[in-house]
Design a protein around this ligand. Structure first.
Ligand code: GSH
Length: 209
């Protein structure tokens, strides 16, 4: 049993942290990481997190030497360099930039989704800005349309950095926007996700019910 020499500051509801936990499982590194569950929001930050990441955001990964890495993209890159299997982030060539760009579009869904959540859950209802909420929702819809094309052309076959990001983004939409009905509009993506969501790494990292 490998010793736990890193600590991941995370929350089970955080889709950014979920990407890290999925990659840890896909690469066999989960046993080396202590999971430290923190409760936070932009208006009620966690001192434990701020001490390690001035932005106050999770995920943050404390290494054995006491240094901390953030954000999720940096952590994923670091962890992908710590295992001996086939890299989940291509090391070079056009595929590196293509897969990272797709992963970034998946993060755009998360950014928009998390902002929508903060606006609707944290902000007083009388201050909700519908135009802004609608614009964030449109970002999500455009990204989904692009992922439908990617699924349709077989670009999501390997469960790499891009596929992990997309799977976690879809999982977050199901968690926070169960009424969205994205499967009706993006059938190929839905069929891809039906399989991807059954991977052990995805089943073991589901957001709270
Ligand atoms: N770009 C960051 C985004 C992380 C992020 O927004 N995390 C949220 C939780 S899902 C958070 O920590 N929010 C607290 C805050 O914004 O202060 C990443 O990829 O790690």
């Amino acid at each position: 049993m490998p010793s736990k020499n890193m600590t991941l500051f995370y929350s089970p509801a955080s889709p950014f942290a979920r990407k890290v936990i999925v990659l840890l499982q896909e690469t066999g590194q989960l046993p080396t990481v202590e999971l430290f569950d923190v409760k936070l929001s932009p208006v009620s930050p966690s001192g434990e997190v701020i001490a390690r990441n001035p932005s106050g955001k999770i995920p943050a990964l404390e290494l054995a030497n006491g240094e901390t890495l953030h954000d999720s993209r940096v952590i994923l890159d670091y962890l992908d360099h710590q295992h001996s299997g086939e890299p989940l982030i291509p090391r070079e060539g056009p595929s590196r930039w293509q897969r990272l760009t797709l992963a970034s579009l998946a993060d755009a869904i998360l950014d928009a989704g998390v902002l929508i959540r903060y606006e609707t859950f944290l902000r007083p209802e009388e201050l909700h800005w519908q135009t802004w909420l609608g614009a964030q929702q449109e970002k999500i819809e455009r990204a989904l349309a692009e992922f439908e094309t990617q699924a349709d052309t077989g670009q999501l076959q390997r469960f790499d950095i891009a596929s992990i990001g997309i799977a976690c983004a879809l999982g977050y939409l199901d968690f926070r926007q169960p009424q969205l009905g994205w499967r009706e509009r993006y059938a190929r993506l839905a069929s891809w996700y039906a399989d991807a969501s059954q991977r052990e790494s995805m089943l073991n990292s589901q957001p709270p019910a």
